[in-house]
Design a protein. Structure first.
Length: 319
């Protein structure tokens, strides 16, 4: 199992080009399953009491080999039941199920198992939570509340303007480089999940904010080893995703907003405002970089909720 997992993660990285975060999540899910299988086999051979003595001692596990072809559908089901008893949410269990399903599908496709034991494994039903959004007035308060007289004010204004104008993920923003911005056509070339590249238009206000930052602040932040990333720290290195979170939080506090503002909220607001102003769902899908339109369709529910709220508030016979 351990060797097969390593081979599978290598396949995800080299042939599928999936993100580091996806690889890490899948590895953790599969290694957790492999560890459970190994412990189960040890208990069968040595007894529960003997295995319990190994854990607190810090000793290495005795050598246990689990062949992927020997894993049964029952064992997978027992493992998922075990995770549920531990209190794992349906959404978290779904991630484990997906990892196991694609792993055994890959093994079977490469003739490393005689059959795909996870093929009929059902995905747990998860509750669909509507994404939070800001209304247009709140976004205006947030952006207009960023003072360019404050330290790094031009940079912070450019960051938030771009997040809202383009719907970028934080990871996409921190990795954005200078050569990927076309100011003449107001377009940025973004590398998203799975190393897929997409072109995203950027509004005039966001472009102006970026230009102001590039002219007034970025030159003094450049150091000898500075790369071509657009947004820099005071040390001349690219900003981290955690730092972007901190910047957004500070800007929201300074603007006097009492709601919970975070970078992805601007992405949700970007999509919702496009939809409510008449944009086609397929276009929003492309702009967001969603592989499946079902992911984008959640925003139609957000817009429906907004319309219902307006109808309830203003129609004389709605109540």
């Amino acid at each position: 199992m351990r060797v097969a997992i390593e081979d599978f993660i290598l396949y995800l990285a080299t042939e599928r080009g999936l993100s580091d975060n996806y690889q890490i999540s899948t590895r953790l899910s599969l290694e957790g399953f492999a560890h459970w299988l190994e412990r189960r086999k040890l208990v069968a051979a040595m007894g529960e009491e003997a295995v319990q003595q190994i854990v607190p001692s810090g000793a290495d596990w005795p050598s246990v080999e689990i062949a992927p072809g020997d894993v049964t559908h029952r064992e997978i089901s027992d493992y998922l039941a075990h995770k549920k008893r531990l209190g794992l949410s349906a959404a978290s269990i779904k991630l484990v199920v997906v990892a196991i399903k694609i792993f055994f599908r890959w093994l079977h496709a490469r003739k490393r198992t005689e059959r795909d034991v996870a093929e009929v494994l059902p995905l747990p039903r998860t509750e669909h939570y509507l994404p939070e959004t800001m209304n247009e007035l709140q976004v205006d308060h947030l952006l207009e509340g960023i003072s360019t007289d404050a330290p790094r004010g031009f940079r912070d204004r450019a960051i938030l303007e771009l997040l809202y104008a383009s719907g970028l993920r934080v990871s996409e923003l921190v990795n954005l480089t200078l050569e990927r911005i076309d100011f003449d056509n107001r377009i940025v070339r973004v590398t998203g999940k799975g190393n897929k590249t997409r072109l995203v238009p950027v509004g005039q206000k966001a472009c102006a904010a970026i230009v102001a930052y590039l002219e007034k602040e970025r030159p003094e932040m450049v150091r000898k080893k500075t790369g071509s990333e657009v947004f820099l720290s005071n040390r001349g290195t690219k900003l981290t995703t955690v730092r972007i979170w901190q910047i957004v939080k500070v800007c929201a506090k300074n603007a006097g907003l009492e709601i919970n503002v975070y970078p992805h909220l601007l992405r949700h607001s970007f999509a919702t405002h496009l939809l409510s102003n008449g944009a086609d769902l397929r276009i929003i899908q492309e702009l967001l970089g969603h592989a499946d339109i079902s992911t984008t369709q959640i925003y139609t529910h957000v817009d429906q909720q907004r319309l219902k709220a307006v109808h309830l508030k203003f129609h004389p016979r709605a109540k």
